[in-house]
Write a protein that binds this ligand. Structure first.
Ligand code: PFF
Ligand code: NA
Length: 459
């Protein structure tokens, strides 16, 4: 087999996998997805999806990459020529995600800077709109300036995001990705822990936590909630969009696949849970300060990070700037380590398919994604971004996950050889449960929920 790049150490691979998994999905996405989908009651579908789909699929993807030693399309092709398209489908999802994810990181970078001196002033909502979306009249859709024009305040950080990402990727797996994660992950963990601990000791924290954990049992019966749980698990673990297959294709021969998968999955969910505590404790603080019910302050996504958090920081009891820098800085480092992993999926795919050098593949693949990302850095781009994110998660990732498990278990009938392959190098051996989860439970539950959700949406 051809010479393939390799991780330098076992820790290097785990750090990189955790670096990919722990991203904006944990800090920015999980808290509101959980809140919107039943709060405390969401933990049931979430845990179910983690144990029956997330971890088994992560093991499956690690095995595929390790066994076939290829990017996603090449690994699928080596498994069975006719399934190569699934790899390309996953790589396409990765490409689309990378274009908007880079822009969110750029916004976080801009806000890391704005946090110094709390430059957003007394009205962060107005600041976001005024500074950046100034000329877009959202009420009647008419634009006073032009919706298509690039927002300078985000364009400059966006260039920086791409320069850092591509510089790391040019250096390759061991010297680039592995080294970068050795810096990003410890930095992230330290910053993040400081913020979460501070958040939990804020006045009113318990109000937020109560809202976060209060179960809305009526929601569990809704298929949309289950699809959301699977979607969150797949997105959060970076599965079903080519990343983990690519990263594990750089593993040395004797790598403990099963153990690595459990470590990566539990670290990811741990951070996710901590982020939920942190975000809701902080929202509780705001609710108390503003004397508003928690439902009124618990907004999602963009509004949460770039409007509600600045508001909270304004009334923070001391060290406002510092906590602002820590919060937005942790979004940036979590985001960058994920962006690197997702761009690497198409870099590897291009290298494998066209037999070109890493330098060429990074230039072409990374360059194209960087160009497209400018679309989301325009006035109005931020709104467009939320819609793409929803669409990609529901109809891209969840569906790609479903198709890939069905293909491996029923079309190619490869569960048994995969399991033998993974068990060979691990002291943690998977048993029958693994095959049942992938072959029966995941396709059954996810397929059924998917159809119900579709019908729900069409009504
Ligand atoms: N696992 C990542 C997260 O939770 O944020 C998902 C991800 C998104 C990975 C975008 C990579 C990426 F570029
Ligand atoms: Na994640």
């Amino acid at each position: 087999m051809e010479d393939r790049e390799q991780w330098g150490t076992r820790a290097g691979f785990i750090l990189a996998a955790v670096g990919s998994a722990v991203g904006l999905g944990n800090i920015w996405r999980f808290p509101y997805v959980a809140y919107d989908n039943g709060g405390g009651a969401f933990f049931i579908p979430y845990l179910f999806a983690l144990l029956t789909a997330g971890i088994p699929l992560l093991i499956m993807e690690f095995t595929m990459g390790h066994k076939y030693r290829g990017s996603a399309p090449l690994s699928f092709a080596r498994m069975n020529k006719k399934t190569e398209w699934i790899g390309w489908w996953q790589v396409s999802i990765a490409f689309i995600i990378s274009t908007y994810y880079a822009v969110i990181i750029a916004w976080a970078m801009a806000y890391t800077y704005f946090a110094v001196g709390l430059q957003w002033g007394n009205d962060p909502g107005g600041f976001l709109m005024g500074e950046y979306l100034r000329r877009v009249d959202l009420v009647n859709g008419a634009s006073v300036g032009s919706v298509g024009s690039v927002v300078p305040g985000v364009f400059i950080p966006l260039i920086l995001v791409w320069v850092i990402t591509l510089a790391i990727l040019f250096k390759g797996v061991k010297q680039g990705i592995e080294k970068a994660n050795r810096i990003f992950i410890p930095t992230l963990v330290i910053m993040f822990l400081i913020i979460v601990i501070r958040a939990l000791t804020l006045e009113g924290a318990s109000i937020g936590l109560e809202a976060f954990f209060k179960p809305d049992w009526s929601k569990i019966a809704s298929p949309g909630v289950w699809v959301a749980a699977y979607g969150q698990i797949f997105f959060s673990l970076s599965i079903a969009f080519a990343i983990m297959i690519t990263y594990s294709s750089y593993l040395p021969k004797h790598a403990d696949i099963n153990n690595n998968a459990f470590i990566a999955a539990f670290s990811n969910s741990g951070v996710e849970l901590l982020a939920g505590f942190g975000v809701f404790a902080t929202l509780g603080f705001l609710a108390k300060q503003a004397n508003l019910p928690i439902e009124d302050v618990a907004t999602a996504g963009i509004g949460l990070a770039f409007v509600v958090f600045p508001e909270i920081l304004n009334s923070f009891p001391g060290f406002n700037d510092l906590f602002g820098v820590l919060f937005f800085g942790s979004l940036v480092s979590a985001g960058l380590s994920s962006l690197i992993s997702i761009v690497e999926t198409f870099v590897a795919a291009i290298q494998d398919k066209f037999k070109v050098s890493r330098t060429k593949a990074v230039t072409v693949g990374g360059g194209l994604s960087a160009l497209f990302s400018i679309l989301f850095a325009t006035q109005g781009g931020l709104f467009f971004l939320d819609a793409v994110d929803y669409f990609i998660n529901t109809f891209g990732i969840a569906l790609a996950g479903l198709v890939s498990v069905i293909t491996v278990s029923w079309v190619v009938r490869n569960l048994k050889p995969f399991q033998e392959h993974a068990n060979l190098t691990s002291d943690l051996r998977t048993g029958l449960w693994w095959k049942v989860c992938l072959g029966v439970v995941t396709p059954g539950v996810l397929g059924y929920m998917f159809v119900l959700n579709l019908i729900d949406n069409l009504k």
